[in-house]
Design a protein around this ligand. Structure first.
Ligand code: NAD
Length: 505
């Protein structure tokens, strides 16, 4: 069986790539387990050196890699270079720098009543990590979790999306930069993904749709396999009257139309305060009119990546128009050129909750704009979704932005910015509600790829401990001890006296 790669923009055949048979799952896991010990035995600094070499190769080949990504996804070459190659290089550099400190043992405090003991957290790899990645950022969303998992000392099985197999093949070849089977890249569709999920990995890091995330979580739950699920979103941008309207308008255009809206953190709903609604709409339309579609280095917006996604967006826009939405920018779906996958950016007003566009992830270049009056109403509207991935707020009143952010039930927020929080790898990244479980990046996200063993250590010189047997004769001492350590009445003298007497007896 082969996976056929076709250029989304014009359907040109890019190549055929051999699929990994699902029947090989057992062998893939065996390879992974066999490679584990020698990789885990290396220090984090030594493992980071491999990541550094990987990064240098990636930079040497940056244009070739951007070409492959652009051809495979339909995104512009500049987008492929910035959000994919640059994003991956930055993720690698971050992990190289931070992993040795974050993934090592860590001393923690030991309370005084544990006198003579020490406490620390011991960190070690989980084992084999299964990483399943999507097609919208097929390079960066694979490299970034792979780097964190490998740095922690895990071996990795990566299954990239079947919709962008040429990028999968690129990743498979780059995996040769690591010792044998430390990073295995397998090529295949959901059936292979299912077989791998059933192969009993030690950890699963999944990026993709909510429906697949649920299936993976169900399987993982049976074996109690820990997971991180990075799923979809329906992010809101909220623009208050005191915002820099020009900046907000430009941000909305980039936030909604970047990568043709095929971004999990895409701005899918724009709420604008009544007083600036008209001027915001005018500016957003002017900005959208300047955008140029294509794939060359000067183009702003590429094509959709899959026919499936193109059809989904077309259906949603048509349904909204049928129900009374007003088309401010773009074409009515009947006039879309179905011979390719380019969608001219769409701006809609008069969007209502009964339309799918209001609540279902669009994942296309569509910006619905709605008006609001009060801050309270704005928070309610922005939170009115089953998703909780990200969002943004534009205002010159920073305390208001912080108050608004505090009211948002999302995993990520941007203040007077859009999308960018995910690109700061010091910030943990992940969604809440239906947008996912767990985090990667940041301190705790990177550490999610480690087993953490909590250790309490005693020198072992004393024969016995107060809390050990026998209990006889200790009751009053414990009463005294509890009062002294945790109560309001303190009488250290009597406690120490009873303790000494006990030790003498
Ligand atoms: P998808 O769920 O269809 O596929 C993602 C991956 O899962 C692919 O590699 C696919 O082969 C595999 N897969 C599919 N069914 C499987 C199964 N039953 N078991 C195991 N693996 C299976 O998602 P997609 O269409 O590739 O990606 C788009 C979705 O991903 C959107 O909803 C988007 O919002 C989301 N996404 C989220 C983030 C994030 O960080 N939160 C980032 C990018 C994309």
């Amino acid at each position: 069986m082969v996976l056929k790669a076709q250029a989304p923009s014009d359907g040109a055949v890019l190549g055929s790539f051999e699929e990994t048979p699902a029947a090989e799952t057992g062998r893939i896991y065996e390879n992974s387990r066999a490679a584990r010990d020698s990789w885990a035995t290396l220090s984090t600094v030594q493992r980071s050196a491999y990541l550094k070499r990987f990064r240098h190769v990636l930079i040497d080949l940056q244009e070739e890699i951007a070409d492959i990504i652009s051809a495979s996804t339909g995104k512009t070459k500049t987008d492929a270079l910035t959000t994919e190659v640059m994003g991956a290089a930055d993720a690698l550099k971050h992990v190289e720098k931070e992993a040795p400190g974050l993934m090592s043992n860590e001393k923690v405090k030991t309370p005084i009543h544990f006198a003579g003991k020490a406490s620390y957290i011991n960190r070690k790899p989980r084992g084999t990590v299964l990483i399943i990645s999507p097609w919208n950022f097929p390079f960066q969303l694979a490299v970034s979790p792979v780097a964190e998992a490998l740095a922690a000392g895990n071996t990795v099985i990566l299954k990239p999306s079947e919709d962008t197999p040429m990028v999968g093949e690129l990743l498979r070849r780059l995996a040769a930069l690591f010792p044998k089977d430390v990073l295995q890249v397998v090529m295949g569709d959901p059936d292979l993904g299912e077989a791998l999920t059933s192969g009993n990995p030690d950890f699963i890091h999944f990026t993709g749709s909510v429906s697949t995330g649920r299936k993976i979580q169900e399987k993982a739950a049976k074996e109690l396999i820990p997971t991180t699920l990075e799923l979809g979103g329906k992010d809101a941008m909220t623009v208050f009257e005191d915002a820099n309207v020009t900046r907000a308008a430009k941000a909305a255009v980039w936030g909604s139309f970047h990568n043709s809206g095929q971004v999990c953190l895409s701005t899918e709903r724009v709420f604008v305060q009544k007083g600036i609604y008209d001027s915001f709409l005018t500016e957003v339309k002017q900005e959208a009119a300047k955008l140029r579609q294509g794939q060359d280095t000067d183009a702003d917006i590429g094509s959709m990546t899959t026919r499936r996604q193109y059809d989904h967006v077309k259906e949603q826009v048509q349904e909204a128009l049928d129900q009374g939405a007003v088309l401010e920018t773009g074409k009515v779906p009947a006039n879309w050129d179905d011979s390719n996958l380019f969608i001219e950016p769409v701006i809609l007003t008069n969007v209502t909750p009964s339309m799918a566009l209001w609540s279902v992830e669009t994942f296309g270049p569509v910006m619905p704009i709605m008006a609001f009056e009060t801050e309270k109403e704005a928070v309610t509207l922005a939170n009115d979704t089953e998703y909780g991935l990200g969002g943004s707020v534009f205002t010159s009143d920073i305390p208001r932005a912080e108050r608004f952010t505090a009211g948002m039930k999302t995993g990520n927020m941007n203040i007077n910015e859009v999308l960018l929080s995910v690109a700061n790898f010091y910030l943990p990244y992940g969604g809440v509600k239906n947008s996912g479980i767990g985090k990667y990046h940041g301190r705790d996200g990177m550490r999610s790829f480690c087993i953490e063993t909590s250790v309490l250590a005693d020198k072992g010189t004393e024969d016995n401990e107060i809390i050990w047997y026998p209990n006889a004769g200790k009751y009053d001492l414990f009463l005294d001890m509890i009062s002294n350590f945790w109560g309001q009445r303190r009488n250290w003298k009597s406690f120490i006296q009873s303790y000494m007497n006990l030790n003498k007896s």
